[in-house]
Design a protein around this ligand. Sequence first.
Ligand code: SAM
Length: 295
Amino acid sequence: MKNNNFKLGNLYIVATPIGNYNDITKRALITLNKVDYILAEDTRKIGILLKNFNIKKKLYSYYEYNEKKKIKLFLEKIQQGYNIALVSDAGTPLINDPGYRIIQLCRTQYVNIKIIPIPGPCAAILALSISGLPTNRFCYEGFLSKKKNKRIKRLHELKLENRTLIFYESTHRVLKCLYDIKKIFGKDRYIVFIKELTKKWENIYGNSISNLIRWLKLDLNRLKGEIVLVISGYKSSNNNYKISSKVIRTFLELKKELSTKKAIKITSDIFSIKKNLLYKFYIKKNTNYDSNNVE
Ligand code: SAM
């Protein structure tokens, strides 16, 4: 309904259920009922949800990057007084779903448009909340890259991250990713495999990475469905972290030409390891060098 009183319409960012339709909020229903248009990535999927709640609205497909012109048209519509809701296929829009560009434009160019958030489920937060891992600080990583070398690089960067880590995963790639995680984080890192939240085949299993892989391979049906991996952050009490001989050789070579500080910085950048581990190694080397610390 065109908003004649205030001239401008609003942009509503509406979260929808991630499986169980009973999780739709009252505000989401009220909003979806009152807006003029609904933007969705997959209008067919959202059409099914709307039909379930008897909501009949004009739907437009919304993609992030191939429809820049279309996004501006939607924003102009809001400026003309129309109310628009943005939804994703499931869960909270923008969380690994389209919407960033439209919000960014509202914040930078269409600053008079009001963005109204309508909260609801988000798989990452739900998974974190039931993982049993620390929730006070966490690190949301979305999907790891499909490309093995990019994935490995990112995992190396995250190896010493001490906050709880959250990844989204798909049935087809999860085993490959788990093998890479095991290789880089170590076989004993604790991980919680969470799938099909709020749905019939909901399943939650926590164990070391190697035991999780073993458990999944016992019944490949366990891989089916939508998956979140919640992984324990690196524990600094694991002070048995070893510095490889390759790292030490690189550091010592750089040290011949550069200051200790620079050599440490470059070595830690190359191998994605924490600078203070190298500092500790350097201090030990110059006091009582302990070869047990080297792999
Ligand atoms: N915007 C969504 C949200 O708020 O969670 C996420 C969209 S992202 C494209 C889809 C991924 O989210 C899936 O591949 C899966 O990793 C995760 N996901 C979505 N629904 C889920 C569910 N019911 N159970 C477990 N993971 C889910």
